[in-house]
Design a protein around this ligand. Structure first.
Ligand code: IVH
Length: 678
């Protein structure tokens, strides 16, 4: 084992334990949330993985070994009749199948049935009825000992003080009947309460679960009575366990006795059915009146289930299926700045990849430098990330306890200077955003469009500087893709155009819908991406989607792409405006074509030109070389194969060529080489 790795792991483990314990204390004892359950889950997951890798570092008080929850002193402590257990989490079909397989191994030849219910996000409580009369309400506490909250739960509107008597269910009115379930608050009631608080100028509550828990665990019963709490049962315990054959029957009995239980709960005969139910509720769960983050899957047969026993704090016979978290924790590896269509510089966090709501997330928007300063986000920080709506993930906050030593605050200005040394930015008065200096949105668009239409890029006939200016100034074009939506009638109206010239322009634009992929990428005007870099990117990644999804390390594998270029590319493709632009190109029918150059006749040959060629411009020569698989650069190096010498050549390149014994070609030889090759 690597010693340094181990000491680093130990350090991280200690920090993770502290933060999880703090979270648990706040959650279970103070009814406060220091972070979402999903974020805490992912820290717990990281801790478990580290402990798995370094089992010697496991301690008995590690949060992986203990259940959260402590008993508050202000209520009487009560011992539970049987331990209130928790459930192990599963996150996907494979884990459900593995759970089922383990059970099948323990109980071969049994036809398993699965009872699946919605998992409610509330406060677990046990209600004790003696001969049908409610005598006690106990919170879960640490599972063994809870708090006596009888006075409070008696005020919960749907908890009956006496069980209903119904034919066939009389036995439950005799002796001790314990009903376990969750105290919850409906989302709507919670929102209304918060609206009222806002009107009164009071701080709002964090979420329904915390408010429900806080309400049950405070001493003023009139306050509990005033709050819209509800109870929903998920279990019943009788001294005689044979009173309850299956979980389906248990739910039925609970309802007959006058207590609410979810009527969505259903029995399935196989994993396929369970998975279908899980899928069905993934979206629909948001329409439920209460919050849920998953489902509970239990073996329907209760005797069979209890024969399976308990491992640690959870029964073998049940699991909690958790839907993909919409919040998680990751580490900021880098902060890069993208420049959007309007010249605005937007910082983006490059993250350790993390799964959020089922998709792999590699970056998060940081909005602007004020936002970074407010949240004090630094490179190396562990951050809580979440998905706002369905769009780009964002950083909620930094877990400062996990901050490495020697980090520095992010300095937007110096980073801009480093990443874009040839550009100038300023921050207009009263704005949070840095913008390219002297580049209004329109000017920037004109420059971008001129570049996009230029010979080395999409080579669009009739779209030079003046026509670009006319189109942009007239408001006919708001982005690069708009040129493909131009209508002859609107172009004709402009001073510079007549019927024929307008139709020529539109034809020229339409003819550019299938550029080669490198020309298209070059045309996008990504800072630091010249024609050669575009070719190299395409040769390596083969598609624009792969380039768009590449992270910094993957980009830097490409020849000629260093950190600055990689950050610029990464930044460009993470900018939402730019992503939308690419989608729009697709919609308007621009489909770049990918041609493999890997077997061109000048494959891997490196050319440099000095002096002026009589027959073609430098750009055209470069284009000819690239189209045959060769590369074209501006200075002679060890790897240069040919120096093409035109009229009035400079000395320095020839000196270098001589030093490296690079072959010199005159223009005729060069033409022959490309002619021969064509
Ligand atoms: S069955 C051994 N059903 O989730 C515990 N629990 O993470 C069997 N919960 O401690 C519990 N909704 O407090 C069950 N429909 C449901 C539930 C549910 C919420 C809670 C319960 C349990 C925790 C497990």
């Amino acid at each position: 084992m690597n010693k340094i790795a181990k000491s680093k792991a130990a350090d991280r483990i200690n920090k993770l334990r502290e933060i999880i314990k703090d979270y648990r204390y706040n959650y279970h004892v103070l009814d406060k949330s220091t972070m979402s359950e999903a974020a805490a889950d992912s820290l717990k997951h990281e801790l478990s993985q580290l402990e798995e890798a370094y089992p010697k570092l496991i301690t008995p008080d590690s949060p992986t070994q203990t259940v959260g929850g402590q008993v508050l002193l202000k209520f009487d402590k009560v011992q539970h009749s049987s331990r209130m257990l928790s459930l192990n989490d599963v996150f996907n079909k494979e884990e459900v199948e593995a759970w089922v397989k383990r059970i099948e191994k323990l109980t071969p030849d049994r036809n398993l049935e699965f009872f699946v219910d919605i998992k409610m996000d509330g406060l677990a409580c046990a209600l004790i009825y003696q001969d049908g009369k409610l005598i006690q309400g106990i919170t879960r506490g640490d599972g063994f000992v809870g708090e006596d909250v009888t006075a409070n739960i008696k005020t919960v509107k749907n908890i009956p003080l006496f069980l209903r008597s119904e034919k066939g269910y009389e036995k439950f009115l005799r002796g001790r009947t314990e009903i376990r379930g969750e105290i919850i608050m409906y989302k709507k009631d919670f929102e209304n309460l918060n609206k009222e608080r806002e009107r009164e100028g009071k701080p709002v509550y964090a979420n329904p679960r915390n408010l429900a828990a806080g309400t049950v665990r405070q001493l003023d019963t009139s306050l509990t009575a005033a709050r819209p709490l509800l109870f929903r049962a998920y279990d019943m315990i009788r001294d005689e366990s044979t009173d309850l054959s299956t979980n389906l029957y248990t739910y039925e009995a609970i309802r007959r006795l006058g207590i609410a239980a979810n009527n969505q709960a259903t029995v399935f005969k196989d994993v396929a059915g369970v998975m279908k139910f899980i899928k069905q509720w993934e979206e629909k769960r948001h329409e439920l009146p209460f919050n849920t983050d998953g489902l509970v899957v239990k073996i329907n047969d209760r005797a069979l289930s209890s024969s399976l026993g308990v491992v640690g704090k959870a029964p073998r016979g049940a699991v909690a299926y958790k839907y993909p978290a919409e919040e998680s924790v990751s580490i900021v590896k880098e902060i890069v700045i993208s420049i959007g269509r309007t010249g605005a510089a937007t910082p983006v966090a490059v993250l350790n990849p993390v799964v959020l709501a089922g998709t792999l997330v590699k970056h998060a928007s940081l909005h602007n430098s004020d936002e970074i300063a407010r949240k004090d986000i630094r490179i190396g920080d562990t951050v809580v990330v979440f998905k706002a709506g369905d769009i780009i993930p964002q950083v909620d906050r930094v877990l400062e306890e996990l901050r490495p030593k020697k980090t520095v605050s992010f300095d937007m200005e110096s980073h801009l200077k480093w990443q874009y040394p040839d550009l100038k930015f300023n921050r207009p008065e009263g704005e949070a955003v840095y913008r390219l200096t002297g580049m209004s949105g329109k000017l920037l668009l004109k420059k971008s469009l001129e570049h996009f239409a230029s010979r080395g890029a999409l080579d669009i006939e009739g779209l030079g500087e003046k026509n670009v200016a006319a189109l942009v100034d007239a408001g006919l074009v708001d982005d690069l893709a708009d040129i493909y939506l131009l209508k002859p009638k609107e172009v004709e109206k402009l001073d510079r155009f007549a019927k024929l010239s307008a139709s020529n322009l539109i034809d020229g634009v339409a003819n550019s819908k299938h550029p080669t992929l490198p020309r298209f990428i070059y045309g996008l005007g990504i800072r630091h991406v010249g024609a050669q870099t575009a070719i190299d990117l395409v040769a390596h990644f083969k598609s624009i989607d792969k380039i768009a999804d590449a992270d910094l390390e993957e980009l830097m594998v490409v020849e000629g792409v260093g950190d600055i270029v990689a950050e610029s590319i990464f930044g460009w493709f993470t900018d939402q405006d730019n992503r939308k632009l690419l989608e729009k190109f697709e919609r308007v029918g621009v489909k770049p074509v990918f041609k493999s150059l890997s077997n061109g006749p000048l494959q891997a040959k490196k050319f440099v030109i000095t002096g002026t060629l009589g027959n073609m411009s430098r750009d055209e020569a470069g284009e000819a070389i690239r189209s045959l698989g060769g590369t074209f650069s501006s200075s002679v190096g060890k790897a240069t194969d040919y120096l093409v010498v035109g009229e009035n050549p400079g000395d320095s390149k020839r000196v270098e060529a001589n030093k490296f014994r690079t072959k010199e070609l005159n223009e005729t030889e060069f033409l022959k080489l490309i002619d021969k090759s064509v």
